[in-house]
Design a protein around this ligand. Structure first.
Ligand code: NDP
Length: 334
């Protein structure tokens, strides 16, 4: 019951959007009470995602202030809201996605809470919900990847990127991975990419020529592009006729001013996706989570943990991910 819980907790709060200076580490934030179908989770690990930086900087807007950032974690259920799902019980080990994760305790809707199989540790649990489910829904729904397909993945050594490399390998696709440094490209290769390339930001033509060469002159069946503004044109240029271009992130800034007529050059399918529209119901979230645990258990998928920072080091953690210094997953420990 709530009575056995502390009254206050540590959390990272923002009172306005802006640079990393707006991040405030506090030790006296009230422990929230789970409402409606929420359960209260005591976080063991908290996952950092690039989207957290959009909500801090104002690219996306927090619903209200003061606001606790963070969108995923793993831990144990500490209390149940009045209409929590009957599958969820106090003490259960769970992973979740939602809001207000940069804290000791987080209330999360039953819709986005899944119990962890014994074989999945809390670090993978905290690392997987956003990034791995993004990768999994992309290869199943945005473009249903088939064995033997050529696929281009940008920022391939990042959180989503490394899951994409591993999942694509597991389903028998052939991945061309791009990343900014030799070390990152090596990591993408270790995670299943067949070919690794730099972005050739200075020389788009050379990049395009190279990808066409690799794919027998035809281009790739699909691109999963999370970099946005800087890579959109080169990504579109290497999609084959009737291929699929999926844009799912803005790490270099959003893509704007696109002229539809450009698609007719190759009858390309263009999507701008978000994870939430692939897992809008509890059934969808549970089904994809189950499929993911299966990949981890049967195909040996794993997550490269870049580092685990104490919650109070949130500024350093944020600067690392925005500064392109991280590979794989960055976790916080409350
Ligand atoms: P990452 O770990 O991939 O970190 C971002 C990476 O983007 C960097 O490491 C860097 O890799 C690359 N990058 C390219 N250009 C820039 C730039 N100008 N500034 C900073 N980084 C840059 O983060 P995540 O795995 O959390 O997310 C990856 C992307 O996917 C993000 O854009 C995120 O918003 C998006 N995303 C979208 C979702 C959706 O539902 N649509 C869900 C989850 C994530 P390198 O140095 O190799 O270029």
């Amino acid at each position: 019951t709530m009575s056995s819980l502390p009254k206050t907790m540590k959390a990272v709060v923002i009172e306005k959007t802006g640079g990393t200076d707006v991040l405030q580490y506090k030790t006296d934030v009230p422990v929230p009470e789970p409402k409606g179908d929420e359960v209260l989770i005591k976080n063991e690990y908290i996952g950092i995602n690039y989207i957290d930086t959009y909500f801090r900087s104002g690219v996306y807007n927090p619903p209200s202030f003061p606001y606790i950032l963070g969108r995923e974690g793993a831990g144990t259920i500490a209390a149940l809201g009045p209409s929590a799902h009957s599958d969820l019980t106090v003490g259960a080990r769970v992973a979740y996605m939602g809001q207000n994760a940069y804290a000791e305790y987080t209330p999360a809707s039953s819709t986005y809470v899944t119990t962890l199989p014994d074989s999945i540790d809390a670090k993978i649990g905290a690392a997987a919900p956003l990034q791995a489910l993004t990768a999994l829904t992309l290869i199943r729904e945005a473009y249903a990847v088939q064995k033997g397909d050529w696929v281009l993945v940008t920022a391939a050594a990042g959180g989503v990127g490394l899951w994409l490399c591993q999942l694509l390998k597991a389903v028998g696709a052939r991945t061309i991975a791009t990343a900014s440094t030799e070390e990152k490209r090596e990591l993408a290769k270790q995670n299943g990419a067949e070919i690794v390339l730099g972005y050739y930001a200075e020389d788009r033509d050379q990049f395009v020529k190279k990808v066409l060469e690799i794919t027998g002159g035809e281009g790739v069946h699909a691109v999963f592009d999370s970099v946005g503004k800087d890579t959109f044109d080169s990504s579109l240029a290497v999609v084959r006729r009737k291929g699929t271009m999926v844009s799912f992130g803005n790490a270099s800034g959003p893509v704007t001013g696109f002229s539809l007529a450009r698609l007719s050059a190759k009858n390309v399918k263009l999507l701008r996706t978000t994870l939430f529209n692939y897992i809008a119901t509890r059934e969808e979230f549970q089904q994809y989570s189950k499929e993911l645990w299966g990949f981890i258990e049967k195909d040996g998928l794993n997550v490269k943990i870049h580092d685990i920072y104490p919650l109070e080091d949130i500024k350093r953690a944020t600067e690392d991910i925005e500064g392109r210094k991280t590979t794989g997953k960055l976790l916080l420990k409350p």
